[in-house]
Design a protein. Sequence first.
Length: 302
Amino acid sequence: MRKLRLRSFALLLTAFALVGAACANDNPTANGGSASAGATGSTGAAETMLDRIMANDQIRISTDPAYPPQSSYDEASGTWEGFDIDVAEEISKRLGLTKPVDWQTPSWDVLTAGNWNDRWDLSVGSMTITDERATVLDFTSPYYFTPGGLAVQQGSSITSVDQLSGKTVGVCGACTYEFYLERKLNIPGYEVQYLVPEDITIKTYDTDSTAIQDLAIGRLDAAMSAVPTLQGAIDKGKPIQLLGDPVFYEPLAAAVDKNAPLDDSTLVAKISDIIDAMHADGTLTALSQKWYGEDLTVNPVG
């Protein structure tokens, strides 16, 4: 009986030793290892958004397919082009990714509302940094600064902004131009002067381009958008003309969803570093000159 008990005790000790060894092997810090070793961590799951993007060798970026010269999609050739497109592809390249950008095209109101449900990683779509958006989105460093302005039909009797009193102005819904016309625009570090009369009628559209189209066919008295967008429409033959000087300037940045399922802080920091480097080496200036014919990458308010 005693021999049997001793043998059983020895077997029990052996079992405990095996369990202990297994636990030691599961500890990533054992034998000089690190608990955070590897981009995806000890469990194989990505720990941050940046980790996952690097592991997938591809980034999903949202933009607008009908917003030239910032971004547009040619269905005939199946190609994307524009300033935002070039900026986004340069970001992907400098991240070291080899797969092409996975383009996503959500509506603007969905994009700016946050809570993207992990359908895309990053917005590179000429988004203005505002206090309201910063409650649901994390912004990178601005990559350029655009003037916001107005246009009227070619030959219109309206020759100054103050003459818009009582008129109908078209604008993209849930964008900074609508906020400006409603006198609710809050840009960190900027003091906005409201030059458009308060008694206008605001008509919202899905995109700036749709508002410009309605202006061109006479359904609006004026339309508001980025001056480069308005000028681009003029250059393409739309019968519209700019109305006076720009009414304000806005800092435009890339953005990430605050409610993303993975931590986004390293991704925002990394892309900010890339944008800062693109400012410093002249890449952004060259792209601005290419698409706008002028350098819009310098902060007009210092």
